[in-house]
Design a protein around this ligand. Structure first.
Ligand code: HEC
Length: 233
């Protein structure tokens, strides 16, 4: 055997031994479980890094879930300034920026028929498809809603009311104002609906009336209005 051949055979053996050792290292150490040792690539999991919900790095604050500072507003965001219970103030102060042009009303119809119709029904009567499962909303054709300024109708989808969630994430202010104009158009075409049934829970929209509503027993059957009118036979 020539010298060259011998040394290449030794080299191959050495390579094989090295490969075996390396493999044994890989298989033998539970990844990430060993105490941190500098240079051990299996310990990379122990590095200081951002882990959501974990408060043990960087001075005990969960740095990866830091809240924005109080009052921070995204560059393209205009926060809606009224609290849920401030419907009346919204109604008094807000002015519908849109005119009831055919385009705007068509857009309002589009939004209404994609978002509101499921609960409020095709003509605002509160008979949408999901009301067999979901609380039935009062009609939007009542004199009460007709008498509201635009801003009070606008306020409901922006902030939500009672069991109706806020829609401000899906429907922006412009969409909502156009829906208000579409509701106005329906109100001009549909008959006035009777006031909502008294069984509706006192809504958050009128917190001042909320306290008295529970005592006031609206619509309580206390007056025995002769169930059989004039029927003495
Ligand atoms: C998931 C069902 C649902 C959807 C969708 C929905 N609403 Fe409502 N809405 C309700 C319910 C239920 C109420 C009654 C809430 C209460 O007072 O408890 C209500 C109440 C209202 C009221 C107040 C009516 C009153 O007489 O007090 C207005 C105005 C209104 N919704 C407008 C809208 C508009 C506009 C949209 C679409 C952008 C919309 N809603 C989408 C369920 C819904």
């Amino acid at each position: 055997m020539s010298n060259a051949a011998r040394s290449s055979r030794a080299g191959a053996l050495a390579m094989a031994a090295l490969a075996l050792t390396a493999a044994a290292c890989d298989l033998g150490l539970p990844a990430g479980r060993s105490p941190h040792r500098e240079g051990n690539r299996l310990d990379m999991i122990d590095q200081p890094k951002f882990k959501p919900q974990r408060a043990d790095v960087f001075g005990g604050r969960p740095s990866s879930v830091l809240e924005p500072p109080a009052g921070a507003v995204a560059a393209d965001e205009t926060p809606y300034p009224y609290l849920q219970a401030e419907a009346a103030r919204a109604g008094a102060e807000l002015v519908n920026p849109l005119q009831p042009t055919p385009d705007v009303i068509a857009h309002g119809k589009f939004v209404y028929e994609n978002v509101c119709i499921t609960c409020h029904g095709p003509k605002g009567a509160g008979d949408g498809l999901v009301t067999s499962l979901f609380p039935k909303p009062p009609s939007l054709m009542t004199q009460r809603v007709r008498d509201w300024p635009d801003g009070e109708i606008f306020h409901r989808p922006m902030r939500g009311q009672g069991s109706m969630p806020s829609h401000a994430r899906q429907v922006d202010a412009r969409d909502t104002w156009s829906v208000v104009l579409y509701i106005r158009q329906m109100q001009s075409q549909e008959p006035v609906a009777p006031p909502a049934a008294a069984s509706a829970p006192a809504s958050l929209a009128s917190p001042s009336a909320g306290a008295s509503a529970s005592q006031g027993q609206p619509g309580a059957p206390s007056t025995p209005a002769s169930p059989v009118p004039g029927g003495q036979s």
